[in-house]
Design a protein around this ligand. Structure first.
Ligand code: AHR
Length: 515
């Protein structure tokens, strides 16, 4: 089956995918080095941080008095791991939580901050120790941009206006002076701004026209005092086009927004009442997971087509500001904590998504995987003072060279991975060129049973890095006892007159750099 990321009018390739015994013949991958799709904005590698489960408390924030080593309350081990990922942007404070968030609860002396109930997420205790200053200070330390999601559900336009003034004003006036009294003299910058979240569901069950009116009202009055943020409409989910389409009917959307979002989660079973386990699954759920995650290509394409049909302007973009694996939470985890293990299956799913985002680099400038620590498809899991890096973390680390590189059209005639009535492409591929002219390749094998040999006949040069993430089982994962079961290894690659040759192990993600 011919796959491609996005076919940019360049014709494909012929490939051999005949099966002989257990060995597949080489799949030929072609890169069109004379064409470009667009710059892969670093923000494509953005993350989502919500007040939920152990995502913030215990995961990021332990407080300055904790025995766990920390700097101003942020745990040092987690910070150091995140720092290595070059986190380009963080979305905060939700999610569904955003529509309950009262910003005033999270500023001022921490000892005086009220405890609230996290109504949406298991009725957990929300101590408000991590608030505006803690978020912006963390972003500053990480060198990360900021994406704020304003409370539409239970907040007011006035509160939103005040919050933005508090954060961004340099005036000698009440709100900026309050921020100074709370320890921050310089204003911060809000790089991305949205109003409401999943307004078709947890964000109010609003009809699209009603949300569009509220969005316009908020964006009219809630303004930053310094740089203009990128303003993002909270849009629909999965294959639903109609909701976002109807929002864009509002005549002011073209002038009050730079883009619209979509959410898409990969559930192994596609059943919200029983999503399937994160580990210990059989091949049926490997196959259904890969099949579902590959839908991201059609979802992105159909959203972009919808945006174009609305003629909201050439620069109007799509923001995939929530995506990732969502399984049943681990036994024993607190209600609504969304704590799940993370396996080589998550790594393959992450890489499939990132490869698709690269293919739409000109239209998708930011995405936010859900979520950063201890929640859903996390980068990091913590257990008291202990911490482990998940396979998804390793994919993000391996893919760092793609941040800011220019996406290039690439084509492969992929062999199929088949299980019962499911048949999907075994290979997902992506390529980009960095500022120095090096080519960065990502090669993903979705087949859990067979390795797949590939050749890139037109490649030449020096291989400066070749790494692969795989595992000894479909659910291979890292535990607090065995933290390095799934870690990047060196991939055997040859470069000669025939181009670049390698063999992709079953269920693997490889990144190769050629200078
Ligand atoms: O990421 C968890 C939740 O998923 C978010 O709060 C919500 O926006 C989505 O339904």
């Amino acid at each position: 089956m011919k796959t491609l990321s996005k076919l940019c009018g360049f014709s494909a390739v012929a490939m051999l995918t005949a099966l002989s015994g257990n060995a597949y013949s080489q799949s030929v991958i072609e890169i069109d080095q004379n064409s470009t799709i667009g710059v892969i904005e670093p923000e494509v590698y953005g993350q989502f941080v919500e007040h939920l489960g152990g995502g913030i408390y215990d995961g990021l924030w332990v407080g300055a008095d904790s025995d766990i080593p920390n700097t101003d309350g942020i745990r040092d081990d987690v910070f150091a791991a995140l720092d290595k990922l070059s986190v380009p942007v963080m979305r905060w404070p939700g999610g569904c939580f955003a529509d309950y968030y009262r910003w005033r609860d999270g500023v001022g002396d921490r000892a005086d901050r009220p405890v609230r109930i996290n109504v949406n997420w298991g009725g957990a205790r929300e101590p408000n120790q991590f608030g505006t200053h803690e978020f912006f200070n963390l972003a500053e330390r990480l060198g990360s941009k900021t994406y704020l999601n304003i409370n539409l559900g239970t907040g007011t336009v006035g509160e939103a206006k005040d919050w933005l003034e508090y954060i961004t004003s340099d005036a000698d006036a009440a709100l900026a002076n309050e921020r100074r009294e709370n320890g921050r003299s310089e204003p911060w910058v809000v790089d991305y701004l949205s109003v409401g979240n999943e307004t078709w569901g947890c964000g109010g069950n609003l009809r699209p026209g009603a949300y569009a009116d509220l969005y316009a009202q908020y964006m009219t009055f809630a303004k930053t005092a310094n740089a203009q943020p990128v303003r993002i409409i909270s849009g629909s989910h999965d294959g639903n086009i109609d909701y976002s389409d109807a929002i864009l009917d509002h005549p002011a959307m073209g002038s009050l927004a730079e883009g619209i979002s979509v959410h898409f989660y990969t559930l192994p079973t596609s059943d919200w009442s029983d999503k399937g386990p994160a580990t210990g699954f059989a091949e049926d759920q490997w196959a259904s997971t890969i099949e579902r995650s590959l839908r991201i290509n059609d979802i992105v394409k159909s959203q972009i087509d919808m945006i174009d049909a609305n003629e909201v302007g050439e620069d109007f973009k799509l923001y995939v500001d929530e995506w990732g694996m969502w399984t049943n939470q681990e036994d024993g985890a607190a209600d609504g904590s969304l704590y799940q293990q993370n396996t080589i299956r998550d790594a393959v799913v992450a890489a499939i998504h990132l490869n698709v985002f690269h293919a739409y680099a000109d239209r998708v400038p930011m995405t936010n995987i859900a979520q950063m620590v201890n929640v859903l498809q996390a980068m990091i899991l913590t257990d008291g003072p202990d911490m482990l890096l998940t396979p998804t973390y390793h994919v993000y680390e391996m893919y760092i060279p793609f941040q800011g590189a220019t996406s290039i059209p690439i084509s492969v005639e992929s062999p199929a991975y088949k299980f019962e009535d499911i048949s999907v492409d075994a290979l997902s591929v992506s390529a980009a060129k960095n500022a120095e002219g090096s080519i960065i390749l990502s090669l993903v094998n979705t087949d859990p049973n067979h390795s797949h040999p590939v050749v890139l006949p037109d490649m030449s040069g020096t291989i400066t890095s070749a790494r692969v993430l795989s595992g000894d089982a479909m659910d291979a994962h890292n535990t607090f006892e065995h933290k390095a079961r799934v870690t990047p290894q060196t991939l055997a690659v040859t470069m000669n007159g025939d181009g670049l040759n390698t063999d992709l192990p079953p269920h693997s993600v490889a990144v190769i750099i050629v200078e």
